[in-house]
Ligand binder design. Structure first.
Ligand code: RIB
Ligand code: CA
Length: 317
């Protein structure tokens, strides 16, 4: 079976790191064309470094890592160091990798790579602010036709916000970029807080991961410890939500999720609700029919996601 060409755009970030471990373990199914880092959870110099640390940890240093945009389109960078730690990888002793960062800008990589592919061929997986792809769309609108779908972690409907009462971090960090993506006409699958908050890294699940015993699984557990504590305390749950790995889980097994095609619009003006995702799940009043523009995930087989994560981590033994 032909491998699925994908570009991963992320801001590692602890859950991004585990998402990368999953993706790298499935290169028999995924043709990973490259990883592009963006300023997000921590500044770009650290997200670019952290992505390469995961490449070295998993033995996939042949995957090119690019640095993309250093800050959002129209606002200052708002990091999430309180969740991920100053270095973006609490639980991991960070270091400067031997593996080099690619010299080409990540946005140029996205444009050139998409132009080199056929129509509707490449899947974009985005697990941070969507600044890089929005910039690429603005510079090179022709690349939109090359994308099969964008699978992104972001937004919230029944669980509305995690960084403010009304917004999820990835959208809040760059609402203007998200607005460009959702109005681009390109197919999007949105994995938001509604489902990621059902995929909790409980103590039992972390223990199961630890029993796998290889260095990648142990590193994932070391990450999930501090990462989970923050959200467990905040939400009073047994473990924190495993946001970003849900994107790769969807790519590998979309049947783990239930989605509904509906309209999603992003608040870009109000200071109070900046980054809010207004999801027209029940297709509002007929006369206000807003164009459907995303496949919104609203159900998830959380045990299935973890079984897939265990299988991915076991490949590193
Ligand atoms: O809101 C969760 C998202 O914000 C995840 O992608 C996490 O890594 C942070 O970037
Ligand atoms: Ca992220």
């Amino acid at each position: 079976m032909a491998k699925l060409p994908i570009i991963i755009d992320c801001d590692p970030g602890q859950d991004d790191a585990i998402m990368l471990m999953m993706a790298f373990s499935q290169r028999d199914k995924l043709d990973i064309l490259g990883v592009v880092a963006v300023g997000g959870n921590v500044p770009l110099d650290k997200t670019g470094r952290n992505a390469r640390i995961i490449c070295e940890l998993t033995g996939h240093t042949d995957i090119p890592v690019y640095a993309g945009c250093v800050r959002p389109l129209a606002r200052d960078l708002h990091t999430a160091v309180e969740v991920h730690g100053e270095e973006g990888m609490s639980g991991v002793d960070v270091y400067e990798p031997d593996m080099p960062l690619q010299k080409k800008h990540g946005v140029d990589f996205i444009i050139e790579t998409l132009r080199a592919h056929k129509d509707a061929e490449v899947v974009l997986v985005i697990t941070g602010p969507m600044t890089n792809l929005a910039t690429a769309f603005t510079q090179a609108p022709d690349i939109k036709s090359k994308i099969k779908e964008i699978v992104l972690m972001g937004g919230g409907r029944t669980i509305v916000g995690n960084v403010t009462p009304s917004a999820e971090y990835n959208i809040y960090a760059d609402p203007h970029a998200a607005d460009i993506i959702y109005k681009s006409g390109v197919k999007t699958v949105t994995i938001g807080l509604d489902v990621t908050h059902r995929v909790l890294a409980s103590k039992a699940r972390v223990q199961r991961m630890k029993s796998i015993g290889n260095k990648v699984a142990v590193t994932a557990c070391n990450i999930l410890g501090p990462y989970s504590f923050y959200d467990s305390d905040k939400y009073g749950t047994d473990g924190g939500p495993l946001h970003d790995p849900c994107t790769i889980a969807y790519v590998l097994d979309p049947g783990l999720f239930t989605t509904k095609f509906c309209n999603l619009e992003v608040e870009t003006g109000s200071e109070l609700t900046l980054g809010h995702t207004s999801v027209d799940f029940w297709h509002g009043m007929p006369e206000s029919e807003r164009p459907k523009n995303t496949h919104w995930a609203y159900e998830v087989d959380d045990d299935g996601v973890y079984d897939l994560l265990y299988r991915c981590l076991e490949t590193f033994s």
